[in-house]
Design a protein around this ligand. Structure first.
Ligand SMILES: Nc1nc2c(c(=O)[nH]1)N[C@@H](CN(C=O)c1ccc(C(=O)N[C@@H](CCC(=O)O)C(=O)O)cc1)CN2
Length: 319
């Protein structure tokens, strides 16, 4: 039984379970951790070939503002992953009470530094800062997070200029589907959540892959009914265990982006991480599912390395 928060998405509850839910079917577990490792190995060997033939070392600059523990962990993990792949990392750590101007100054320095091929501002920023102003200051050629409005705009406009980078988490979701041989073309896809970082770009990527896409958000009426039509669900709401078994069509593929801490005094950290989707229930109904942890999370960092390599190759015309 999955226990989650009561969310605005859940307007009515379903009492009848589908037949598949009571059967013994078990979904394929989409192992993001292994896929991410494989991709990071592929990137490391490409970087080593690039270094040998041209001497070029890709560089990634990370800007961290404030003292959030989770953000500090993600930045540390990004740095470690860069080192292992042969990417040089540059770091700017600023205190919580820094001004926007101070952050913009670092962005400007990294924008002008030719050894930096990618710039990333760790999110969320402190509340007194304007995220848009800061993300807009990153040169689009170095926007390895793909959050610049020009890159997002290009993602939305097919047949015109292509985005230089695609946001890492949604890119990782699609990569998982590809690497598990899951067809997207012509499928009904439902994205739950419409954030700029995950939900919206995930929906844009799915429709670029020729899926028929719906987005469920906090004002959607009857979200269960819409979700139950999906062949593929990508959930990115940050609401623990919100998507119950009753939301899932038998045989659907579930990509769970949520990484939600819930109190667990028995665990060494005092909490455990759960997804947006009630995993136990979903495993009995879906054909494939990403676990939390070990699903989409590790792909975010693998895609960041991939975008940094793309940037370095583009700057130096390396094939
Ligand atoms: N500038 C950005 N900020 C943020 C992004 C982003 O893509 N760019 N995404 C998230 C945080 N994030 C990377 O920054 C991130 C989150 C989670 C993971 C991950 O590997 N999670 C593990 C569990 C980790 C744990 O045990 O604590 C997993 O899911 O298996 C990597 C990166 C918000 N900010």
């Amino acid at each position: 039984m999955c226990i989650g928060v009561i969310s605005t998405y859940r307007r009515r509850s379903f009492t009848t379970l589908t037949a598949a839910m009571t059967s013994e079917t078990t979904a394929t577990i989409i192992d993001g951790k292994s896929v991410a490792k494989q991709i990071k190995d592929e990137i490391a060997s490409e970087i080593s070939r690039m270094k040998e033939t041209t001497g070029i070392v890709p560089g990634l600059a990370v800007i961290l503002v404030g003292d959030r523990k989770d953000s500090a962990t993600y930045v540390r993990n990004k740095k470690k992953a860069c080192e292992a792949a042969g990417i040089k990392s540059y770091e700017a750590k600023l205190p919580e009470d820094s001004t926007e101007e101070e952050v913009l100054k670092f962005i400007s320095e990294f924008n002008d530094d030719p050894s930096v091929h990618g710039i990333l501002v760790q999110l969320p920023l402190p509340r007194h800062m304007n995220e848009e102003t800061i993300l807009n200051a990153v040169r689009i050629e170095k926007d390895v997070d793909g959050f610049h409005p020009l890159n997002i705009g290009r993602l939305a406009m097919r047949g015109r200029q292509e985005p230089l980078f695609v946001p890492c988490t949604p890119k990782g979701c699609i990569e998982l589907l590809h690497r598990y041989g899951i067809d997207i073309k012509g499928k009904r896809a439902v994205v739950i959540g419409r954030s700029n970082i995950v939900g919206m770009p995930a929906a844009l990527l799915l429709q670029r892959e020729d899926a028929t896409v719906s987005i469920i958000h906090s004002r959607t009426k009857n979200p269960e009914e819409i979700a139950r039509q999906a062949d593929i669900i990508i959930s990115a709401t940050g609401q623990p265990n919100m998507v119950k078994g009753s939301w899932i069509k038998p045989g659907a593929v579930i990509i769970d982006v949520g990484i939600n801490p819930v109190d667990d005094p028995a665990s060494p950290r005092g909490y455990q991480l759960v997804g947006d989707v009630c995993y136990e229930e979903a495993c009995k109904i879906a054909s494939a599912i990403t676990p939390v942890p070990g699903g989409v999370g590790p792909m975010t960092i693998a895609m960041l390395l991939s975008n940094t390599l793309i940037s370095a190759k583009r700057v130096h015309n390396f094939e």
